[in-house]
Design a protein around this ligand. Structure first.
Ligand SMILES: [Mn+2]
Length: 311
């Protein structure tokens, strides 16, 4: 029994209803129910279950890919058991994910957050295995504050912790529109690339895809981590998030972009996380359903690229 077994508890509800043997799985799912640094609308600790429940009630056919994801195997590893203390939680997440990646080379791991701070542990785990993982972040916010409410491991500082160690050139944002001046100055000083939600609408999918693809080449990325903060979407599509922000992305802009970037670039997609869904503030499960759908389309991109490359 490894640490990953010790620090995860089996769930009574599996994403996609499938509990395949991890060795035979095409994709892995793990819940990270952590929201201790949430500053506004807490409750993302309840999101893994809400997203699984949504997934159990929507169709798995992807029009983008022309495949039925039900034909593939998803192993749901359950939820991580995490301490409250933020640096300890990040450390635990890193330890568990490092072991999952080690035991499942080449497979896509999907993380159901939780707040955005969980991404730091997951990114560190991937960086242990891969010399140059790049990170595509869909978010309304930069999360580049040096600290927030006296906490360096806050959801509002997660990308600061990542970029100050691993560099800004390996990060690309889509959908940003809400930040402090200090964050914008830091982003510029670190050569962090971004497309605001306003720019994405004007540019259209084709141009957004070509800019992201150019960045992947320029940054010399060997693998890709896609981090999706649900507040990147407009609150009309994703009302149940911790920090809603008007004028966000429409779902198809983001999903088309991810699909085309992953399939066309051929880059190895290792981790996708979906964070900041806050079920107590969701209405009619709109946000959980979109989170589940978003993950399915990322799976579709991964499977299409895998079939194309013969991996
Ligand atoms: Mn965020």
């Amino acid at each position: 029994m490894g640490l990953a077994d010790l620090y995860t508890s089996r769930t009574s509800l599996y994403f996609g209803g499938v509990e395949a043997d991890p060795e035979k799985a095409d994709m892995l799912v793990a819940g990270v129910p952590y929201d201790a640094t949430s500053s506004y609308r807490r409750g993302s600790r309840f999101a893994p279950r809400a997203i699984r429940e949504a997934a159990a009630n929507i169709e798995f056919y992807s029009l983008r890919a022309g495949i039925d994801i039900e034909d593939y195997r998803i192993t749901d590893l359950g939820d991580m058991v995490l301490p409250v203390n933020p640096p300890e939680a990040v450390k635990r997440i890193e330890t568990v994910i490092a072991e999952i990646l080690e035991n499942n080379p080449g497979k896509l791991l999907a993380l159901l957050g939780g707040e955005h701070s969980i991404t730091l542990g997951a990114y560190r785990a991937l960086a242990r295995h891969n010399a140059n993982p790049c990170m595509l972040v869909a978010d309304a916010h930069f999360d580049l504050r040096s600290e927030y409410m006296e906490e360096k491991y806050s959801h509002a500082s997660v990308m600061r912790r990542i970029t100050e160690v691993y560099g800004g050139e390996r990060v690309f944002y889509i959908g940003v529109r809400a930040f402090a001046k200090e964050e914008l100055e830091y982003a510029r000083s670190k050569q962090i690339e971004y497309i605001t939600s306003h720019a994405a609408r004007l540019l259209g999918v084709r141009e957004v895809v070509s800019r992201v693809s150019r960045w992947i080449k320029k940054a010399g990325c060997q693998s890709l981590y896609v981090s999706i903060d649900m507040d990147t979407y407009d609150p009309a599509y994703a009302p149940g998030v911790a920090n809603p922000e008007p004028e966000g992305l429409e779902p198809w802009i983001l999903l088309d972009t991810i699909f085309r970037v992953v399939v066309e670039s051929g880059i190895s997609l290792r981790i996708v996380d979906i964070v900041e869904v806050s079920p107590p503030y969701d209405c009619s499960e709109i946000t959980s359903v979109l989170a589940a759908k978003t993950l399915l389309e990322v799976f579709a991109a991964y499977l299409t690229q895998r079939a194309k490359s013969g991996r």
